[in-house]
Design a protein around this ligand. Structure first.
Ligand code: GLU
Length: 304
């Protein structure tokens, strides 16, 4: 298949819609300044073929896409212990909701809502010498380029993250967090503030379509079973309250972030990253979602 031609045609078709609809996330001040009129897409196949179009080399704030990689690191260092304090069900509530946590005694529904990712960060603080450095190390190793935090975004999140503070203190009151809230949130805010391009992200996610094998070197990132579980969580919980709609119209495990990025996995075939900052009402990239629908319609690639 000529993936390069497919990606270029998607960029051409969607370009006229850039800046027409959707809104850039504004609740994190540093993200509100990102120009909406950008669109990039990149993929990498299991055997290393790459294709990219549009603003695919422009770094963006990966935000909640980082939850896939922090979960990966936590699976490496904490293993099954992780699941004692985190569920595996879609929440059916906003990603930063406090409501469900109350009735469920502080145990987050899944690792991709904020509360769940904060518990994952708590595990990383317990198991890593320097959790922030290890997250960057994992991503840099996976995509073979140095990856860094955007410190301005991290401090913007810390200054405006009242809900994440509330979620963390709430969980702490139930005994769900082992470490102090400031330490855990410092890891969480930094992982959300990582900057990567679509090309880097499509490379880094490569182990998700290769049954856990490293995208380049002959090492293993996770076991086949662990990667199957991550892909299952991405399908059921990866795109906020639109996971059902994503499964219905795209049919691939996806994880989105409020920076406008979305990664998608075609098991045994390829990983793909699309980015456009304007979000729809569900908090997913509006044009990113359109692009993924076109990609699966055109290529016939879906897990169903
Ligand atoms: N840093 C964001 C927050 O905690 C991440 C949100 C997202 O991308 O879903 O609110």
């Amino acid at each position: 298949m000529d993936y390069q031609a497919v990606l270029e045609s998607i960029v051409e078709e969607l370009r006229p819609q850039l800046g027409r609809a959707g809104h850039v996330a504004s609740y994190i001040p540093a993200l509100a300044r990102v120009p909406a009129t950008q669109f990039g897409i990149a993929l990498r196949t299991c055997d290393g073929v790459e294709a990219a179009a549009g603003d695919s080399a422009t770094p963006f704030s990966i935000q909640s896409i980082s939850k896939v990689f922090s979960l990966t690191l936590a699976m490496q260092v904490a293993g099954e212990r992780l699941w004692a304090r985190i569920g595996r069900e879609p929440s059916g509530n906003p990603f930063n909701s406090l409501v469900q946590l109350e009735s469920e005694k502080g145990v987050p529904r899944n690792p991709f809502i904020n509360a769940g990712a904060i518990v994952v960060a708590d595990h990383l603080v317990a198991q890593c010498v320097d959790a922030k450095a290890e997250i960057l190390g994992l991503l840099s190793d996976l995509c073979a380029e140095p990856i860094a935090f955007d410190e301005e975004v991290a401090s913007s999140e810390a200054g405006s993250g009242h809900r994440n503070l509330a979620l963390s203190h709430f969980m702490k009151s139930f005994g769900i967090l082992d470490h102090d809230v400031a330490t855990v949130l410092d890891v969480y805010f930094h992982q959300c503030a990582i900057r990567m391009s679509c090309v880097q992200m499509a490379r880094a996610a490569g182990y998700l379509c290769r049954d856990g094998a490293h995208p380049r070197v002959g090492a293993r990132v996770l076991s086949e079973q662990q990667v199957r579980r991550i892909n299952a969580l991405m399908l059921t919980c990866g795109t906020y309250d639109a996971a059902g709609e994503f499964a219905f119209s795209i049919g691939l495990p996806c994880k989105s972030g409020v920076g406008g990025g979305i990664i998608a996995v075609v098991p045994d075939r390829l990983t793909l990253c699309v980015w456009s900052p304007a979000l729809d009402a569900t908090g997913n990239s509006l044009l990113g979602r359109c692009a993924l629908e076109r990609f699966t319609a055109r290529t016939g690639l879906s897990i169903f």
